[in-house]
Design a protein around this ligand. Structure first.
Ligand code: M6R
Length: 608
């Protein structure tokens, strides 16, 4: 997703703008640019493609100036060309924008009628012309900026600099995050604290509708009604060091290998190994769970599949009715929320637009909202009634891996607590389940030793045009997750199915050219899944079975198998996620795709 950076500095800012953008590369983008004030004049450099291309442009034509803005763009309106890249500028203002301006067509027609001419296909450029128009009516730049953003509808954040106004930087937040960084002689704007970390750890998160006016190091914030607003300065923990790959070829590989550690951290937050019991949950969560009439779960993408696994756990352990839907549907469905309902939202970034909107809707409709999030300062974390953190650390690869297993770790702990709070689990049950969960990091570490064998199978999978995944019970969401992972980084067409659904249509797709990945832990679904697997094999299907030793032995001859350590059935989703991730990773390597930043995808989807 787009990234914004702005600096009012004491020295040339171009290099630092590019550094700030580099730290947001993980969000995904397809063009980039910066603008500075050189002797009061707006100068900009832009380029389609990655930041090294912008770097080459800057090497040829360096930019000077102490005030500047920068942007990485993930194309929404218009292709990723230089012309559509930000900053967008007129003779008087340059702007960078993240999100969507929904009323840009009306505004554009209005401004064209007044003689403004546009050079890009973007919605963003309209903001630059609107500010210019208001300045032309005699308004000071900050006043013009405030009046302009008041006319924009949609969800966005924005930053701007102005010709002849050295040291002036204006930002605004409506629906997409924007943080302000404070230092003694400088000030900054960034899409997240991570972008600002090399410059400062003193950060203010703008609230909805806020406008920030920075003059030199002076920061003034105004609320949606235009009143001066006092916003807290927080000390962030975002690391100033650029996250590196720690010797791995890709962030995704590093993140897959970090799972024993980060799942361990997440479990350590929730479980007391001395019991073992669930020790820590948000204040007010246990009583809310005890009387909850229903649990609504919502999220997007991989986080949604984590929520789907959670559904099986909450129903089984907590005996609580669960409704689940993707956030982009739930938010517009006008769902019926019960009294004493609890609504749970899962998100790595905490900024996914649809998930945030679904949370706001559920909150407005009287639900107690709970968020499982990885970014503590994110919008979703700040707006939920109760936060259940995950400790995956920054996830840079666009394909979510360690965030998923940490979400599962938090959800599993939460489901055990729900079972106890609702009187369905005894103290003995709690102990057993917690003890199994605590073994997960060790099992993941043990399983990772099989990486070379998985690489070989993945290289075979990479030759296929279509791949199917199937599983039952909590392995069904894993089948969906496996297919998502494979398609997003290797671009191989893949679908996940509930194993029992195969006969209702998808089995028609089976032939020798279509590998079927069967996720079948040796649990109470095993026999049924294996029957479905046999049906597929009887039609020439090439099966890769993922199971434990006993499961593989019982299943008989298959094309290939991956053996996962034998564990309590409760924790299998955390463990079986790993082969699914490695298969996708090595298939993508075999195909030679851009694993960490796959085409068309963004890390954090802040537009709906
Ligand atoms: O930041 P979130 O967890 O809210 O993001 C949700 C999805 O956009 C995300 O999981 C996406 O599906 C990943 N690319 C999957 O690997």
């Amino acid at each position: 997703m787009c990234g914004i950076i702005g600096i009012v500095g004491q020295s040339n800012v171009a290099d630092r703008l590019v550094d700030g953008l580099k730290r947001m590369e993980y969000r995904g983008y397809d063009s980039a640019g910066i603008a500075t004030l050189e002797d009061g004049e707006i100068s900009r450099r832009r380029s389609p493609g990655k930041l090294n291309k912008l770097g080459a442009v800057l090497e040829q034509k360096p930019l000077h100036g102490h005030t500047g803005i920068g942007h990485t763009r993930w194309a929404t309106h218009g292709a990723p060309t230089e012309c559509n890249a930000h900053p967008h500028a007129t003779a008087r203002v340059a702007i960078v924008h993240n999100g969507i301006i929904e009323n840009f067509r009306e505004l554009k027609s209005e401004l064209e009628a007044k003689g403004h001419s546009f050079e890009s296909e973007t919605d963003s450029e309209v903001a630059a012309h609107l500010v210019t128009d208001l300045m032309g009516q005699g308004l000071a730049p900050d006043e013009a900026a405030k009046q302009a953003v008041a006319r924009l509808t949609g969800a966005y954040s924005i930053a701007m600099i102005f010709k002849d106004h050295e040291g002036l930087l204006v930002g605004a937040r409506k629906g997409a995050p924007l943080a302000v960084g404070h230092a003694d002689t400088e000030a900054y704007i960034g899409s997240d604290a991570f972008a600002l970390a090399p410059f400062t750890n003193r950060v203010t998160y703008l609230e909805e509708g806020d406008v920030v006016v920075i003059r030199g190091p002076q920061v003034s914030i105004f609320d949606a009604a235009g009143r001066p607003a006092n916003r807290e300065i927080k000390i962030t923990t975002a690391s100033a060091a650029l996250v590196d790959k720690a010797g791995h070829s890709h962030f995704m590989a590093k993140e897959i290998h970090e799972q024993p550690e980060v799942v361990g951290h997440t479990l350590a937050h929730y479980l007391d190994p001395a019991g073992p019991v669930v020790r820590r949950l948000g204040v007010g969560l246990r009583p809310a769970l005890a009387k909850a009439s229903r649990l609504t779960i919502s999220a997007c993408g991989t986080a949604f599949y984590a929520g789907m696994v959670g559904k099986y756990w909450f129903e089984k352990l907590g005996r609580i009715a669960v409704e689940i839907d993707v956030a982009s549907e739930l938010r517009y469905r006008d769902p019926v929320y019960p009294d004493h309902g609890v609504a749970l939202f899962v998100s790595q970034s905490g900024e996914t637009a649809d998930t945030l909107a679904a949370l706001r809707d559920a909150k407005a409709k009287g639900q107690t909202t709970i968020a499982v999030v990885n970014v503590a300062e994110s919008s979703i974390a700040r707006e939920a009634d109760i936060v259940l953190p995950t400790y995956a650390g920054p996830e840079i690869g666009v394909a979510s891996t360690k965030a998923f297993t940490c979400q599962l770790a938090a959800l599993a702990s939460f489901a055990i607590a729900a079972g106890v709070a609702r009187g369905h689990l005894s103290a003995e049950d709690e102990k057993k389940l917690c003890a199994s969960l605590l073994e997960t990091p060790r099992h993941i570490a043990e399983f990772l030793k099989q990486e070379p064998a998985i690489k070989l199978v993945a290289e075979e999978i990479a030759k296929a045009r279509d791949v199917l995944y199937m599983g039952r019970g909590p392995s069904y969401p894993l089948a969906l997750e496996g297919a998502l992972k494979l398609k997003e980084i290797s671009y191989i067409h893949a679908e996940g199915y509930a194993a029992g659904e195969m006969k209702h249509g998808p089995i028609a797709l089976i032939d020798e050219a279509v590998p079927i990945i069967v996720i079948a832990p040796h649990d109470h679904h095993f026999e049924k899944t294996i029957s479905n697997m046999q049906e597929v094999m009887a039609r020439g299907g090439k099966v890769l079975l993922i199971s434990d030793r006993e499961g593989i032995e019982k299943a008989g001859k298959v094309w290939a198998s991956i053996e996962v350590p034998t564990t309590n059935a409760f924790i299998t989703p955390l463990l079986y996620a790993i082969p699914v991730q490695l298969l996708a990773y090595y298939a993508a390597i075999a195909k030679g795709t851009d694993v960490d930043q796959p085409r068309n995808l963004a890390k954090s989807v802040t537009v709906e």
